[in-house]
Design a protein around this ligand. Structure first.
Ligand code: PA5
Length: 443
């Protein structure tokens, strides 16, 4: 297959039989559903189980939103937001937000913060436009998206009328519980189900990611096709030597035991920024528990080489680097010759910009490896739906394997409740009266 590839030659690891066996056993455990969190393995077979009829339904809803909206606001947080944004940003033109000749609605995000200015300014912007809403919350009770949805659905009804608001609002939520489900039923919104066995951070290939991505004008058939290819290529029946998910998980596991506690996911293409954000959630929430886990960090190069480059080169030697490299850009641009050459760049005249970028990438890799930062490289043939589908599924599969190798449940997130509990106590939410009293005494 025209596939993404993994190169761990510069990671300084040796795959001894014991580590290969451990990775294989973790993968098999995942596939048999015998490990911790096995109620949340719906994502494992999602690509191969996604039917053409289901994708057609998604595309039909996307077409309705495309035909009637200038802007579609995607409301969600964490796993109900990052995957869609990662793919849409990776595939969109860098300046699509200010281009006026768009074929598809502008996708804007809300419900991923509690910024009063952000929400006010969003409402101001929407006053000028015909908009629709995709509201995503598995639990249907998360504060940030619920707050944004309360504001925006009222605005949509007031601005475009109740019938248009019903037609142009889509809810993606649990099949039977939660406030969003109740609201969707009562208001008659089109809705999609997030299956019980798919956790938020593993949901990008479900309607959670697919509907916003299709609405933005991208090919969800190809995305799922890429993921399907990777599902087959990383199956537990595929040997360690051919299985890049096992190899990535094993490499991380070896580096962690050697004291490399931070993994920096780096890219040399600004469109990949939100892929890193999505990846940070996937690995951070899956592995950071019980006092263990690699801290997932992300940098955008060469931009961040001028800020964090010093630390990467000479700071504490506790990190390794995973670079996502895109082999072929989708456009071509050549450095022009300049008669005066005052900037001294004629030595690279007639070269493609990407050639210079690739030399920056190679130079950085050699410098960092020399400086004690092991390197893993993931190469994408190009930035398109097929490669991204492969990449997303690859990271998900490797995450499950890696979590089991680490000895944690990669599918829960008990730690994220702590801030919510305190916030509700501080806000004196009904049911949190005792907590409120305790909080007031503490502060
Ligand atoms: O991965 C997770 O489970 C979380 O990041 C959730 O996706 C996030 O908290 C949003 O939850 P919900 O979809 O229930 O609103």
């Amino acid at each position: 297959m025209n596939s993404i590839t993994l190169n761990v030659e510069r990671a300084g690891v040796e795959f001894l039989p014991e580590i290969k066996a451990k990775a294989k056993a973790a993968c098999e455990l995942l596939h048999r559903g015998g490990g911790a969190g096995s109620d949340f393995l719906g994502w494992l077979r999602l690509p191969s189980e996604t039917t053409a009829d289901f994708l057609e339904d998604i595309k039909q809803t996307a077409r309705l939103l495309q035909s009637e909206c200038e802007i579609v606001v995607v409301i969600g947080i964490g796993g109900s937001y990052l995957g869609a944004r990662a793919v849409i940003d990776a595939l969109s033109g860098a300046f699509h937000t200010i281009m006026s000749n768009r074929r598809y609605p502008q996708i804007i995000y809300a419900g991923h913060n509690i910024g009063e200015d952000y929400l006010f300014e969003l409402q101001e912007l929407l006053k000028e436009h015909k908009f629709g809403i995709i509201s995503i919350s598995k639990s249907g009770t998360t504060t940030e998206p619920a707050l944004a949805f309360r504001l925006l659905r009222r605005q949509l009804e007031a601005q475009q009328g109740k019938e248009a608001a019903r037609r142009l609002t889509v809810a993606i939520t649990d099949k039977s519980r939660g406030a969003l489900k109740t609201l969707a039923d009562r208001k008659g919104y089109k809705s999609y189900v997030i299956e019980d066995n798919i956790g938020g951070r593993f949901s990008v290939l479900s309607p959670v990611g697919l509907l916003p991505i299709a609405t933005a004008g991208f090919d969800v058939d190809r995305l799922i096709e890429g993921a399907r290819q990777m599902e087959a290529a990383t199956d537990s029946s595929v040997d360690f030597e051919q299985n890049m998910a096992m190899q990535y998980a094993a490499t991380r596991n070896i580096l962690y035991t050697k004291g490399k506690k931070i993994e920096v996911l780096a890219n040399f293409n600004p469109k990949l920024h939100y892929i890193s954000e999505w990846w940070k959630q996937l690995y951070g929430e899956s592995e950071g528990k019980e006092g263990r886990g690699i801290f997932p960090a992300a940098l955008d190069f060469t931009t961040d080489l001028h800020s964090m480059g010093q630390y990467m080169q000479e700071g504490e030697r506790i990190m390794f680097e995973t670079v996502i490299s895109v082999a072929n850009p989708n456009r071509q641009l050549i450095v022009p010759t300049d008669d005066d050459d005052l900037d001294g760049l004629n030595f690279i005249a007639d070269q493609r910009i990407d050639y210079i970028n690739k030399m920056a990438e190679l130079g950085t890799m050699i410098a960092h490896v020399d400086g004690g930062v092991p390197n893993i490289k993931i190469s994408l043939p190009r930035l398109d739906e097929l490669s991204l589908g492969q990449l997303l599924y690859f990271f998900e599969k490797a995450c499950g394997i890696s979590g089991y190798m680490l000895g944690v449940n990669p599918f829960d997130q008990p730690g994220v409740e702590a801030y919510k509990k305190n916030m509700f106590a501080l806000l004196n939410k009904p049911g949190y009266e005792a907590g409120h009293k305790a909080m007031m005494e503490r502060i």
